[in-house]
Design a protein around this ligand. Sequence first.
Ligand code: WTA
Length: 650
Amino acid sequence: MPSNYITSILKENRIFYPPKNFSKNAHIKNMREYEKLYRRSIKNPEAFWAERASQLDWFKKWKTVLRNNKGFFKWFEHGQLNAAYNCLDRNIKKNKDKTALIWEPESGKNKTYTYEQLLKEVCKFANVLKNHGIRKSHVVEIYLPMIPELPIAMLACARIGAIHSVVFGGYSSDALKDRIQDSKAELLITADGSFRNGKIYPLKDNADKAVKECQTIKKVIVVKRSSKKIKMKKGRDYWYHKLINEKHIKDFCEPESMGSEDPLFILYTSGTTGKPKGILHTQAGYLLYVYQTFKWIFDIKDKDIYFCTADIGWITGHSYIVYGPLSIAATVIIYEGSPLYPEPDRFWRIIDKYKATIFYTAPTAIRALAKEGDSWPKKCSLSSLRLLGTVGEPINPEAWLWYYKVIGKKKCPIVDTWWQTETGGILISPLPGATPLKPGSATKPFFGIEPDILKEDGSKTKTDEGGYLVVRKPWPGMLRTVWRNPGKYKKKYFDKFGVYLTGDNAKIDKDGYFWIMGRTDDVIKVAGHRIGSAEVESSLVSHKAVAEAAVVPYPHKIKGNAIYAFIVLKKGNTKSEELKETLRKHVSQHIGPIAKPEKIQFADDLPKTRSGKIMRRILKAIAQGSSEYGNIAALADPSVVQKLQKEKIR
Ligand code: WTA
């Protein structure tokens, strides 16, 4: 397996220890404590999680902690609880006036919600949903920008037992359509537009196009966010602000009592096939897992002000903006727009404005902001910060060191958190008061998590040897299935080794530290976003000029990876820069701007085996500027390789 370039630009061998006063006050204070508890948690994960579960509020206690039902794992069966109740009502007792949400718009006036206010808003909208016929186990699609109505809508669903399926607001109408068709949602919540870099993105127009091809959607609720003129279809479309202000809408709604294994949400993510998979998370195990990881990995204290820059449309936002932080009564900042708007110091200004103490972002954002120069963060104080975090892709030591020195002023530990949409929460990460840090390593597993690295034959790799990252034991936050496709759940995650297969390539060093090196499958992480090469390829071949397309990652300074597309045109089309631009736009409209190929190379032929299978490893090597293609003898026509190499886009 190729090692990812990101971990090899600079070797940083220094170890960074947690500051003494940080450790003193931390939930987990040193490695002895970590190791002792870790050993216990692995010896008996069920006992460990049962102990922790009492931190949630249950309507009825569970009977069994874990049951393996033919490869489908069930946690805390016979228990009853409600996720929104755990995030809101129970916090009201002690934290009624504590700020729950701070919303920073891209421009305009900010808004804050106390726990009491948030509960009221959630209840009102839950009542609106009920009025519109939504009940327990109905699916509600949410296609919203980063505005308070997004977490409010999610929690309103959770309150009445409806299953939410959030679609990232930067996706196009086609991507939305695919997801609704698979989820079979009955109601869609969207906005008239969203702001990014001062421009309006036409969410409602996209929604209209998508809904035309989705018969299951009966109603659309529209949040007014911009001044964009939109069409409202009578009998189908309703304004959010009108609905919640109707006189008969009460500001309390009884929370539905949910079984531990009832679905909480579906979130679509890219895999190896053309269509995204609906990852299903359920109630109790997920909530407990995000609660516990948030508490200890972010070492959360009552006074913390926590700022996570992820979009709620991704799992990071679900777990570490909404369910984790709110279930522990934290104060959360959400930001609507671009980090570069109006200038590249927006994140730093937000930190100063609200005195944020914890900041969680992606390596791609760190690289992009570091490139703008130190003068931007230096104009800000950043003195409120005490802890930093990263997620989504491997962080290269240069970016890590910049983050540590320029943003954290050498006093903030960095938690490099490794996890996935499927894992629900963080599985490998430092504990900031305990773990000595090595830049570029996600360090050690969380409690109850037993990761391992395997070779193709299922045997363990040696120290520092790359291989398949797997997780040996089930954990409460894991996915329960692929929505309406249990066969895929088994095949994709368990068939190869009989234990959970992550799809990542990783190694363990002599100190037991994990180093994540990238994907082993056809998933590409572009700027931290997860994109399936098959999705981009099927979008490209849907264009009339394209006969064949193959898409691979190549290293990119800011985005970590970018997309390189090899395209064979249909006869009669001319290779031109203009056509390249048209194809980029096509993908952008089809999936979303995040999936656009950065480089396009027109080819007369692609390297194929005699049975017609495209050999991606060869294309990957070409795109990465390497001539280590491995064996090319199996190719139907080996001369293709040289030709492609000659015409490579630099
Ligand atoms: C990658 C994001 C290295 C990894 C929460 C994983 C990481 C995929 C890290 C999941 C990290 C995530 N270091 N790689 N700290 N965190 N990844 O589902 O390849 O969008 O499999 O979830 O992101 O992406 P997803």
